[in-house]
Design a protein around this ligand. Structure first.
Ligand code: ZN
Ligand code: ZN
Length: 316
């Protein structure tokens, strides 16, 4: 049987590095592609050392600080609008965020995720030593100066910190260092997680956290998705049960990319694709089997339901 498709990693026009495609256009395209549920995951980068580089979102074509709450009001209002518009078409739309974790930013992250009704908070490690290893341009600054063992220690110690903050529902592209690190370290990079990721995966399992299958690697010519099958097998063995699939679309044509293949991979490992509602994971098959009851119960309460009471955003 063909599995129903979701895409839980989408960057609409609020992200600095995304094309200027609005939320509604992604929803229309999702319908064409036959996706049953999508989740928007705008970037949130808060490392004060990178304040002038990436602590921004785009609001109405202008760069604004991620700490400026107006963009979140606008983001949620657009998503709510889309939820209303596409409900009769049976496309479920979720509000998520992809937080680039760096040490010391916990309180700023909390202020944002606790004050808005996010369905899904995706944690990611994009930077090591304040350098974006997720960037083709920047990453050599980091990789050239570190051995594979040093890189692996840096990456996984940051990941461990991210996991134990308890702030995240799921971890994105957990071996992201493969994206641009392979050309510096060669095929050995595929084993960089061995002996260091296991306790982290165990802790994620204990906390009921999810692991994302991110298909963006296929667009970049890597053989395996993020994470590699070796990591997926370890995660399954160590008790992680919650998995999501995401294309990491930054342009409209990337929406839904390789999702069918990612679902096939999950099925091969006997693992279930999950969706999130207000930060609670449910296997997609169960949600659909129940006639999407939890969605119905939730209604369309997003608009106006969130409150900024008690928020102490720094307006810049
Ligand atoms: Zn990412
Ligand atoms: Zn992303």
């Amino acid at each position: 049987m063909k599995s129903a498709k979701t895409d839980y990693h989408i960057h609409p026009n609020y992200s600095l590095d995304a094309s200027p495609t609005p939320i509604r256009d992604y929803c229309c395209r999702a319908l064409e592609l036959g996706l049953v549920e999508i989740c928007f995951t705008t970037h949130l980068e808060l490392d004060p050392m990178r304040k002038e580089i990436d602590n921004f979102v785009i609001l109405n074509g202008q760069k604004v600080s991620v700490l400026n709450p107006y963009w979140l009001d606008s983001y949620f209002s657009e998503i709510t609008q889309a939820q209303k518009e596409f409900s009769s078409a049976n496309l479920h739309i979720k509000a998520g965020i992809e937080v680039g974790y760096s040490l010391g930013t916990e309180r700023d992250i909390e202020k944002i995720i606790d004050n808005y009704p996010f369905d899904y908070v995706l944690g990611a490690i994009h930077c090591l030593n304040h350098v974006a290893i997720s960037s083709y341009k920047e990453s050599p600054l980091y990789f050239q100066r570190r051995s594979l063992a040093e890189m692996s220690r840096d990456y996984f110690s940051t990941l461990k910190e991210a996991v134990v903050t308890g702030l995240f529902d799921c971890i994105a592209h957990v071996d992201l260092y493969r994206r641009y690190g392979t050309r510096f370290y060669g095929p050995e990079i595929l084993m960089a997680h061995r002996g260091i990721i296991e306790p982290i995966l165990k802790e994620m399992a204990r906390r009921g956290m999810g692991l994302e299958i991110n298909t963006s690697s296929s667009r970049r010519g890597l053989k395996e998705f993020h994470p590699s099958e070796d990591i997926i097998a370890l995660a399954a063995k160590l008790g992680i049960e919650v998995f999501t699939v995401g294309s990491d679309a930054h342009t409209l044509d990337q929406l839904g990319d390789y999702i069918a293949e990612a679902l096939h991979l999950l099925a091969r490992f006997n693992l279930c694709n999950h969706i999130f509602t207000r930060r609670q994971a449910v296997p997609l098959s169960r949600a659909m089997g129940n006639g999407w009851d939890e969605h119905k119960a939730r209604g369309f309460t997003l608009g106006g339901a969130h409150s900024r009471d008690g928020m102490q955003f720094v307006n810049e």
